[in-house]
Design a protein around this ligand. Structure first.
Ligand code: ATP
Ligand code: MG
Length: 457
């Protein structure tokens, strides 16, 4: 039947001629008049040809067109349409084919959109993803995976995981996932250039509808930040304990000596009590600093902002520190333009200025010079504390804002320092969305500037 529709019109015409010719041969036995015979055959030929043309136009040609349209749809051209404006069977067929093309087109657009959305999500997820089939061939890696392990997707796709991934833990995870057919979790470190990163890998098996293992998906999480925080917390606890231990040991030791009888020796008791007093003072300062930091770190920490007269504020701090400055025979000069103001939390700003001047005093030898300058730019007010002190070595500069970091531990402890001063300064400036700048030269001096934005949003 299909072959019938495929034949060209000429073939049917040849067929008709053959039929007419055969009819002529049969009629020739009974009709001897050639003229009659000829007209009968001609009439038959015309009738058959007209019938054939009717059939061809009405059915064969539209069905051929319908077949071509369906071929186009099969090839993926969902815009292909078949127009046959009539109410007969072919007309209905054309309407159905067009509606099928529309529906398939719609469906394919929807599918494409969904798969694009899915691949966007997978590619932009913050975890590395890799899909492996049950034979160990890699089928897919996402952008984060490439970001961690380098290369381009085609370096991985189609390769066996153990040929291309040089990492024992990943191999083990895949093997265990396939062996136990359940989620497997491991952790490892990896070098991304020179940076050491901490990764956690979870292997999850994938099953087909019959419950047979089809492959595995590996999800790789970058847990470096978390690890760093964990290390910082451990360091912090160790540092705090250490800082508390020294004065407490000293207080306990001298108290014991007093109890053991030294209390009767008036001179010695006075000396020991002074030590106990100083050490407890140190403890109090440390605990106060820790409390300041913890308050600043609280999620719901709120700044109490007001317009502060900078000259007045620095004047107050200078008065507070006058005794210490004079003791070391230092000279302090303040240069702040009249009427300069800063929008900040008054108490916190005071703490910043105290801590910076305190450092300048502590780390500047006798007869040194300290300057406090107020500089106003278009969008910032900068407080600059400059000294002619011992300076800070280049390699120590990036660390001085860390908690408990002291360039020279012994020296700093002598001045009563715990190494929290600049950590507090940094925190306060950060909560004001400000900036800290530092420049220093060994044995020449240090300049630390804190810049506060005029407009706080
Ligand atoms: N002006 C400065 N000149 C030289 N070194 C400085 C100066 N300011 C800070 N430092 C160095 O930076 C370290 C950290 O300073 P920070 O103020 O945080 O702690 P600290 O002064 O030791 O103790 P604290 O301020 O908590 O009493 C100091 O120990 C010191 O080595
Ligand atoms: Mg300090």
């Amino acid at each position: 039947m299909r072959a019938l529709f495929k034949k060209p019109l000429a073939t049917y015409l040849v067929g008709i001629l053959l039929v007419v010719f055969a009819t002529g041969l049969v009629l020739y036995q009974v009709v001897e008049n050639i003229l009659i015979l000829g007209s009968v055959m001609l009439t038959q030929f015309i009738i058959l040809t007209l019938f054939l043309l009717h059939l061809y136009e009405r059915y064969i040609r539209p069905i051929k067109k319908a077949t071509r349209t369906i071929d186009e749809i099969v090839k993926g051209n969902y815009r292909a349409r078949f127009h046959h404006p009539s109410n007969d069977t072919i007309g209905i067929l054309s309407a159905k084919i067009n509606s099928l093309a529309r529906n398939v087109g719609e469906f394919s657009r929807h599918e494409k959109m969904q798969s694009e959305q899915l691949s966007t999500v997978i590619d932009n997820t913050q975890s590395g993803l890799i899909l492996i089939d049950s034979k160990g061939y890699i089928h897919f890696v996402n952008r984060k995976f490439i970001n961690i392990f380098g290369g381009v997707p085609k370096d991985y796709k189609g390769h066996l995981y153990y040929d291309i991934l040089d990492n024992e833990i990943i191999h083990e995870t895949v093997q265990k996932t396939f062996l136990y057919e359940k989620n497997v979790k491991e952790a490892f470190t990896h070098y991304k250039g020179i940076d050491k990163i901490y990764l956690e890998i979870v292997g999850a098996p994938i099953f087909n509808e019959k419950g047979m293992l089809k492959g595995a998906v590996l999800v790789i999480y970058d847990i470096t930040e978390m690890k760093k925080l964990e290390l910082m917390r451990k360091d912090f606890v160790a540092n705090v304990s250490h800082e508390l231990k020294t004065p407490i040991t000293s207080i306990k030791g001298f108290a014991e000596t007093l109890l053991d009888g030294t209390i009767d020796d008036k001179e010695a008791s006075k000396e020991f009590l002074a030590i106990i007093y100083n050490e407890s003072d140190r403890l109090q300062l440390l605990i106060e600093d820790l409390l300041v930091l913890s308050r600043l770190e609280k999620e719901d920490f709120q700044l109490v902002l007001s317009e502060i007269d900078l000259n007045q504020m620095v004047g107050e701090v200078a008065l507070l520190m006058r005794h210490k400055i004079d003791e070391k025979q230092l000279s302090l000069s303040v240069q702040i333009s009249d009427g300069a103001t800063i929008k900040a939390d008054k108490e916190r700003l005071k703490q910043v200025i105290i801590n910076l001047i305190d450092n300048a005093i502590n780390y500047t030898p006798i007869d040194g010079q300290i300057w406090v300058n107020g500089i106003e730019t278009e969008d910032e007010v900068i407080i600059e504390v400059k000294d002619t002190g011992i300076g800070i070595a280049k390699e120590a500069l990036p660390r001085i804002f860390e908690r408990f970091y002291r360039v020279d531990k012994a020296r700093s402890r002598n001045t009563g320092g715990t190494g929290l001063g600049l950590a507090i300064v940094k925190h306060i400036v950060e909560v004001h969305k400000g900036d800290i700048r530092i420049s220093s030269e060994l044995n020449k001096g240090t300049t630390i500037s804190v810049a506060f934005r005029k407009e706080l949003d």
